[in-house]
Design a protein around this ligand. Structure first.
Ligand SMILES: [Fe+2]
Ligand SMILES: [Fe+2]
Length: 314
């Protein structure tokens, strides 16, 4: 994979520097970002250096001090923005019921309901292209958190991740199931084939997961995000599967969503009770960050859903 297209002055300067040896990032601090798209694609590319990287960027640059300095300044602003969006919240007791209630009470626009009943084939293809950015590396951002956890939540997270990664069978790995679905639907299944087409909301969704996953300080936010993600997946996955059937999508794509109807009904219990529950029992001071992560997941999904539904309605 090559670097994505720049979306403004900052990402242009960053990508130019990443392509050049040895990655001259010294002047980047002076470049003002053009807009949110510019910031988020720059951040997304910086994060990607920690995943599979880019063919046109030297692997050494993953830990280049200048690049990391820029990443730090972008993600500091991003984290502040995300925190500023969250209304003040105090979870009641007991923790698991309160977290389930917090997630359930969040009311946002539903793309899944639209896909189930109204979306046409082109709209669903657009959605799948957007979702491919995350689903082709499904669960990877959360994997960073494993070594940062105490015993009980670590064991529970590994139980969930083991399932996401196919339980030892590459053909059951969720990211691979999504790739098979894309191919069968006539779409490209190579990672980030559609990165240049995705709206800024998709970049934000992905960047928040990497931000939470890559900072030990934010481990609780990562797991709170996971809890909200899993808890809001089972029923929507059923709706999307029904929409895909209605539009005669191939069985491979439907199978990906059907897999998540049952799997995520189990994962939500694991994520809320056994993972986040065990974490806050061991480290009660992390409750607020669990809620921050959960809220951010719901809020960023709402923003994406609203953008798509508004675009399709006009
Ligand atoms: Fe999954
Ligand atoms: Fe899951």
């Amino acid at each position: 994979m090559l670097l994505p297209k720049a979306r403004g002055e900052l990402s242009q300067a960053l990508f130019d520097s990443l392509r050049s040896e040895p990655g001259d990032t010294g002047t980047l601090a002076q470049v003002r970002p053009t807009d949110r798209d510019d910031v988020q694609i720059a951040l997304w590319a910086m994060y990607e250096l920690h995943y599979a990287g880019f063919e046109d960027v030297d692997d050494e640059l993953e830990w280049h001090a200048g690049g990391l300095g820029l990443r730090r300044s972008l993600e500091r602003d991003f984290e502040s923005e995300l925190r500023a969006r969250q209304p003040a919240t105090t979870l009641a007791e007991p923790f698991a019921e309160a977290l389930f209630a917090f997630i359930a009470e969040h009311d946002g626009p539903s793309i899944a309901a639209y896909v189930q009943r109204k979306a046409d084939r082109e709209q669903v293809l657009e959605l799948l292209r957007h979702r491919s950015i995350y689903h082709l590396k499904e669960s990877d951002p959360t994997a960073w958190v494993v070594p940062r956890l105490p015993t009980a939540p670590k064991a529970a997270l590994m139980e969930l991740q083991y399932d996401e990664y196919g339980g030892g069978d590459p053909n059951r790995l969720h990211a691979h199931l999504f790739a098979l679905g894309l191919e069968a639907s006539g779409l490209r299944a190579d990672p980030y084939a559609y990165i240049d087409d995705v709206p800024v909301e998709i970049l934000e969704l992905n960047n928040a997961m990497s931000l939470f996953g890559l900072h030990r300080r934010l481990r609780a936010a990562s797991l709170g995000h996971l809890a909200a993600f899993e808890t809001t997946s089972s029923l929507p996955s059923r709706r999307v599967a029904q929409g895909l059937s209605r539009l005669d999508f191939p069985p491979e794509m439907i199978a990906y969503y059907e897999e998540h109807v049952e799997a995520d009904a189990v994962h939500e219990q694991l994520a809320v009770r056994t993972i986040c529950g065990a974490l806050v029992e061991a480290e009660p001071q992390l409750i607020d960050d669990v809620v921050f992560g959960a809220f951010t997941c719901l809020d960023l999904e709402d923003r994406y859903a609203q953008r798509m539904l508004d675009g399709w309605a006009s």
